[in-house]
Ligand binder design. Structure first.
Ligand SMILES: Cc1cc2nc3c(=O)[nH]c(=O)nc-3n(C[C@H](O)[C@H](O)[C@H](O)COP(=O)(O)O)c2cc1C
Ligand code: SF4
Ligand code: SF4
Length: 264
């Protein structure tokens, strides 16, 4: 089983590639949380994987909370791996994830990072088309190597791009992000909204509700996955003052598969 969490499709695409290569099933963590599906029984020799983005040099809080509460049934010693996708560097993301697993009595055998296009358009311009193409090509190679390592059940094996100042960034910026940067108040919708309801369906926090044909944010804080902001088909969702002039990013696999499924 591969559990994944994804706002704009990078982690979904990575998880799908690994699931296809390993012959494992895929489960969306946001859906599992919404549907209260915390129990899972691993079959004999089934591998357990987690794929998720890096948020402020740490795993998304929803992901660490999920693994802490996962009720896993298994026999023997299951092989467990994790992959974090990031725009540039992961800091101590994998250390934090490993600790969350340990709190649930589980041991992480291997951990990897994959650099993919940056989706954090509340802070930065998205990568250019050339940068996106280059990152996605390199990410395919990295994922190929990860698949090989996981197929061979390499243990105590970690390949994570921590980047510079990882201790400070993960130790200081990450708690500050979780304390103060998850606010939904700066979200607003422009007249461009066509009332399609996609944002409500894809919100990983389940906090968007269509009201009188337009989305309303019903909670003060959310996962800040930026799915709504990046994936609105008419760019009607904005966050604060800076996003009106910025481009958007969605992984091509997500665009083709998930939006097709979501709008059926
Ligand atoms: C709120 C937020 C914080 C982020 N923080 C980081 C970070 O600390 N380091 C980094 O390299 N990328 C960071 N990113 C970029 C994402 O980790 C990256 O684009 C990821 O692949 C997105 O995955 P997804 O498409 O599955 O949602 C951040 C993105 C968001 C939305
Ligand atoms: S996804 Fe965009 S167009 Fe569709 S309802 Fe949400 S804001 Fe409106
Ligand atoms: S409101 Fe937008 S950014 Fe926040 S969790 Fe929902 S989809 Fe993600």
């Amino acid at each position: 089983m591969i559990y994944y969490f994804s706002g704009t499709g990078n982690s979904y695409a990575a998880a799908k590639y690994l699931a296809d290569g390993l012959g494992e099933d895929l489960m969306d963590i946001a859906v599992a949380i919404k549907e209260n599906k915390y129990e899972y029984t691993l079959k004999k020799d089934e591998k357990l994987g987690f794929v998720f983005p890096v948020y402020a040099w740490a795993p998304p809080k929803a992901v660490t909370e999920f693994v802490k509460n996962l009720e896993l049934y298994y026999s023997g010693d299951p092989y467990i791996f994790a992959v974090c996708t990031c725009g540039a560097s992961a800091g101590r993301t994998m250390d934090f994830f490993e600790k969350a697993l340990e709190e649930n009595g589980l041991v992480l055998d291997s951990g990897f990072s994959v650099v993919m296009p940056d989706n954090c358009i509340t802070l930065f311009e998205p990568d250019s088309e050339e940068e996106v193409a280059e990152k996605l090509e390199k990410a395919d190679q990295t994922l190929d190597n990860i698949l090989r390592a996981v197929k061979l059940s390499w243990s105590d094996f970690f390949r994570v791009k921590k980047g510079k100042f990882s201790g400070v960034l993960s130790g200081v910026v990450s708690p500050a992000f979780n304390m103060g940067a998850l606010k939904t108040k700066p979200f607003y919708v422009t007249d461009a909204c066509i009332g399609c309801g996609l944002c409500e369906k894809i919100c990983t926090s389940g906090c968007i509700e269509m009201t009188a044909g337009i989305p309303v944010w019903t909670q003060d804080k959310c996962n800040m996955c930026l799915a709504c902001l990046n994936r609105c088909p008419v760019t009607a969702i904005q966050y604060g003052k800076k996003t009106e002039k910025r481009g958007r990013y969605v992984h091509p696999v997500y665009q083709n598969e998930k939006i097709g499924e979501m709008t059926e």
